[in-house]
Design a protein around this ligand. Structure first.
Ligand code: SAH
Ligand code: SF4
Ligand code: F3S
Length: 452
């Protein structure tokens, strides 16, 4: 019987992507099959996140539980990858000596070799190097799982915001060659993928070698992806206000396949805080990008990330953030209380604001963002939205679900055969976390309405 692999993924979409690749490499090398039950696994992998303290804390509680599995079945191999592994390295195995393998985000393609070493009796196998782009040259062909797919276009981050661990855990920015990305997307399109989400910590910093050896930028990459047959919807995650060039903004006017949604993290609306975060831009620069994006794509939906209670955040700084939220009209967004991360400059900044006050501010921000989100959902009731049908709804498997361009889940009744296709849906109701609708009779260029 095939040996079994269990993977738990914490953190961002980069980690989700990497976990899928871990599964693929170990399936190819060792014939491991996935299981949903850790107790049945022969290899247990934890893909970790260290962006905030709470994420990091999860690691030891999870591997602690896994130790009990290993106590009963000593042949079980425990591996820890991702950002905590990258940051902690050997220290991780000192605290949890039963962890057999430690590997970083850039060395997951070496897992087969690491697994052989661990099985061969090596006690503490560790590989957390940053071997540049080698990872991508050593991964099996991508496999489509449904009509949506993520494709990594660049790795790492060179921005060094003062609060953030990512440049230390993932290394500096490095871009994949254009043709490699397009080949991967072609392969996925041939397997029925219709929507591509281009992944990276700062996709708009993309500078990858083009066909003639010269580097091409992100706007060119967007045009190249849009030209792939079968790909009808393009998203990207995440971008940064620096290097959000006019050419990228123009892509929103020129490429209809680019969705009507932009997630552009701003973190704070206060210039004093932005400077201490070392974001490299002012509030005014951000607003200028948004003004141009709205001109290029009227009605675009905008979302962001916010850090609340950055060291020394005054009431006025906080009001500036609220004011920016109102000015831009952000919809669903992420907001977090600042978490000091060891080794980052901001961890040592003096901070006079109490945790209670930070929590109060977080609640105000979240209420404001949520109200905006609900208001936009309400305005969508009565409109027809094109959604890409992903499959049965989790809550009610008799219904189908898919997402609108502005990334809202829509639940509706329809035939199984709609899965993987774009369908026009008349939105009938706005729920807190999703929309309800029914297949619209109108203007569907795909021969799908006959099934409804
Ligand atoms: N590269 C992206 C996002 C990276 S991490 C960007 O620069 O925008 C995702 C989000 O986690 C960040 O946008 C930020 O809002 C949050 N984050 C990162 N470090 C944090 C910290 N130390 N404390 C609280 N939130 C943090
Ligand atoms: Fe972290 Fe800043 Fe890089 Fe984003 S841009 S990953 S917040 S250092
Ligand atoms: Fe977390 Fe690493 Fe992603 S720290 S957010 S898993 S890049």
């Amino acid at each position: 019987m095939a040996q079994k692999l269990y993977i738990q993924t914490n953190g961002c979409q980069m980690n989700e992507y990497d976990s899928a690749k871990m599964r693929d490499v170990l399936q190819a090398s060792h014939g491991l099959e996935m299981t949903e039950i850790p107790e049945q696994a022969d290899v247990l992998l934890l893909n970790t996140c260290s962006i905030r303290e709470r994420a990091q804390e999860k690691v030891f509680s999870t591997v602690g539980r896994w130790k009990k599995i290993k106590d009963k079945r000593p042949h079980v191999i425990i591996g820890v990858g991702g950002c905590v592994a990258s940051q902690e390295g050997e220290a991780l195995q000192q605290r949890a000596p039963y962890v057999d393998m430690v590997f970083g985000p850039q060395t997951l393609h070496r897992l087969p070799e690491l697994l052989n070493q661990a099985r061969g009796g090596h006690k503490h196998v560790i590989d957390i190097a940053f071997p540049e782009i080698e990872k991508f040259d050593n991964l099996p062909e991508p496999r489509a799982e449904g009509p949506k797919a993520y494709v990594s276009v660049m790795e790492g981050c060179s921005k060094y915001c003062t609060y953030c661990v990512v440049p230390y855990t993932r290394g500096e920015e490095i871009s994949r060659p254009l043709q490699d990305i397009i080949n991967e997307i072609n392969t996925l399109a041939q397997q029925g993928v219709r929507e591509i989400n281009l992944l990276g910590q700062n996709v708009n910093a993309y500078r990858g070698p083009g066909p003639d050896g010269y580097n091409v930028d992100f706007s060119l990459l967007l045009h190249a992806v849009a030209a792939v047959d079968g790909i009808d919807r393009i998203r990207f995650t995440t971008s940064h206000p620096l290097e959000f060039s006019d050419a990228i903004i123009a892509a929103f006017a020129d490429i209809p396949k680019l969705v009507n949604h932009l997630h552009l993290p701003v973190q704070s609306g206060s210039n004093a805080i932005l400077a201490r975060m070392k974001r490299g831009h002012k509030r005014e620069d951000y607003l200028e990008i948004i003004r141009k994006v709205k001109l290029a794509r009227p009605g675009i939906s905008l979302s962001s990330d916010f850090i609340i209670g950055f060291p020394g955040e005054t009431e006025q700084d906080f009001q500036d953030t609220l004011d920016l939220i109102d000015q831009v009209g952000f919809e669903f967004s992420y907001s977090f209380i600042f978490s000091p991360r060891p080794g980052t400059p901001a961890a040592d900044y003096p901070d006079g604001v109490s945790l209670e006050e930070k929590e109060r501010r977080l609640q105000i921000v979240q209420a404001r963002l949520n109200a905006n989100h609900q208001a936009v959902s309400q305005t969508m009731v009565g409109s027809v939205q094109r959604i890409l049908v992903e499959g049965p709804s989790k809550k009610n498997p008799l219904l189908l679900t898919g997402r609108t361009e502005n990334n809202r889940a829509v639940i509706f009744a329809g035939h199984q055969r709609l899965v993987g296709q774009f369908v026009d849906i008349l939105i009938t109701e706005a729920m807190p976390n999703s929309l309800r609708g029914r297949v619209a009779a109108s203007n569907n260029p795909e021969p799908v309405s006959q099934y409804a």
